[in-house]
Design a protein around this ligand. Sequence first.
Ligand SMILES: [Zn+2]
Length: 157
Amino acid sequence: MDTVTQEKRSEIMSRIRSRDTKPELLVRRRIFAAGWRFRVCDKRYPGHPDVVVPGAHTLIEVRGCFWHRHGCSKCSTPKSNIEFWQAKWERNLARDRRHEAEWRKLGWNVIVVWECALAAVRREETLTDVCRALDLWKSEGPLPRKRPHRLVLPRRS
Ligand SMILES: [Zn+2]
C-alpha cells in the first residue's frame, strides 16, 4: 500500500540521494573535471591516502567529522558506550596525525577536506579552493620539497 504521495516520495528520495553522495566523490569529480589525474586509496603511501595528485605533489584526505572529531556541529557524542567511542576516536586521531606527518616528511603537500566543508552551502567555495591550491602548487616543481603546504577546509568551522 502506497501511503505517501508521488510528490512526497520524490522529495524523500532526493533527500536520500543527496545524503548518500560521498564526500570523496565530490572532490574527485571536481578535480577530474578540472583536468587533474589522480590515484585513489594509493597503497604505496602510509594510510592509503584518499586521493593522490602527482601533478601537484599533493595528497587529499577527506575526513568524516564524526569519526575524526572535527569539533563542528556534526560531531555529536553518543550517549552510551562513551569509553568505547573515546578509545576509538583517540586511535583515529593518532592515526591521522601519524600518517600526515609521514606524508609531509616525504615532501607531499596535504589538503584535508572535512566533510562539513562539502555541505551544500559551502561546497562550491571548498571545491574552488581545492582546485586553486592544486594549480598553485603544481607550478612549484617536483618533490622533495622541504616545507610542503598544508591546507585545511573549511578554513574555519
Ligand atoms: Zn566538520
